[in-house]
Design a protein around this ligand. Structure first.
Ligand code: SAH
Length: 282
């Protein structure tokens, strides 16, 4: 605590998709320095176990807990201001990245209006973490030159949808990668909508549940089959879906690479073979 009467700083930070090894060094440092940690439901137990025992933590996840309690966005905004005005360093920790479908922007606006200093601390978004954990590259010189990220909460059949489904379908048909966050239960509607707007049913698609955790599960299929496949597999949130030819690029690529050679990986400065292959892609 500062104890000077000046408000403490709020860090609107990302904890990555779950695996604590994907925490940034900055967030790792802030976990040790914060007076209070306010975290989302998506921040993994493994990450939370890195918070020192003496640090106050509060789950402000908006999913109902066992007691059905929810913290509203307004209450979260007020809590952030209250702790900062008490001179505390506040770590507002969100799953993935703090500004990707995470209301980091709204919280920053609120803090700015209240005169509380704050900053974003990026995290590894599940946009990147989920596909890569399933060996799916996001772009690939042979397969995809663009990347589009959308919310799965939009129903393509609704007149007032905020997404331009024609444009999305064109991007996918042109070989671009589409990443869909949230709304996994709506995926059958979205897959059907993409096809109505012109996406070929055989376009590869995959859904990754609980990426980077030991419970990770990946279902692969096509735009025509993924809705049914995730139902059969019982896929639940959090899950991220990737649509595009890259879904087929990663597996064969990973399988065809030789194992890293230990003598090269250590000490000599030469990259292991896997890294070497990646460098060629750049
Ligand atoms: N700020 C987060 C996204 C919040 S929206 C980020 O940058 O990752 C919540 C959605 O993120 C989930 O519905 C799911 O689509 C995705 N997600 C978060 N963690 C995930 C994980 N471990 N595996 C797969 N998807 C995940």
């Amino acid at each position: 605590m500062t104890g000077t009467g000046a408000p403490g700083r709020v860090y609107l930070a990302g904890a990555g998709p779950g695996d604590p090894e994907l925490l940034t060094r900055k967030v790792d440092r802030l976990l040790g320095e914060a007076d209070v940690v306010l975290h989302d439901a998506l921040v993994s137990e493994a990450v939370l176990s890195e918070v020192p025992a003496e640090t106050r933590t509060r789950d402000v996840g908006k999913r109902p807990g066992p007691d059905g309690e929810r913290t509203t966005q307004e209450e979260i905004n007020q809590l952030l201001v209250k702790h900062a005005r008490a001179g505390e360093t506040v770590l507002r920790l969100k799953g993935g990245d703090p500004t990707v479908f995470a209301r980091g922007g709204e919280e920053a606006d609120h803090l700015a209006a209240a005169g509380v200093p704050c900053e974003f601390v990026p995290g590894v978004s599940s946009v990147l973490g989920a596909p890569e954990s399933a060996d799916i590259p996001l772009t690939h010189r042979d397969h995809a030159s663009s990347l589009t990220v959308v919310t799965g909460h939009e129903d393509p059949a609704k007149d007032d949808t905020a997404l331009d489904w024609d444009a999305l379908a064109r991007t996918v048909s042109a070989g671009g990668t589409l990443v869909i966050l949230m709304g996994v239960r709506r995926l059958p509607d979205i897959a059907a909508g993409l096809q109505r707007h012109g996406v070929a049913p055989e376009t590869p698609a995959a859904t990754v549940q609980e990426a980077t955790l030991s419970s990770e599960q990946t279902v692969r299929g096509t735009v025509g089959t993924i809705g049914e496949r995730i139902r059969e597999a019982g896929i639940e949130p959090p899950a991220t879906t990737i649509v595009g030819d890259v879904v087929e690029a990663g597996g064969p690529l990973a399988d065809s690479l030789p194992e890293p050679i230990p003598s090269l990986a250590g000490g000599s400065g030469a990259p292991a073979s896997r890294d070497g292959a990646t460098a060629e892609e750049r």
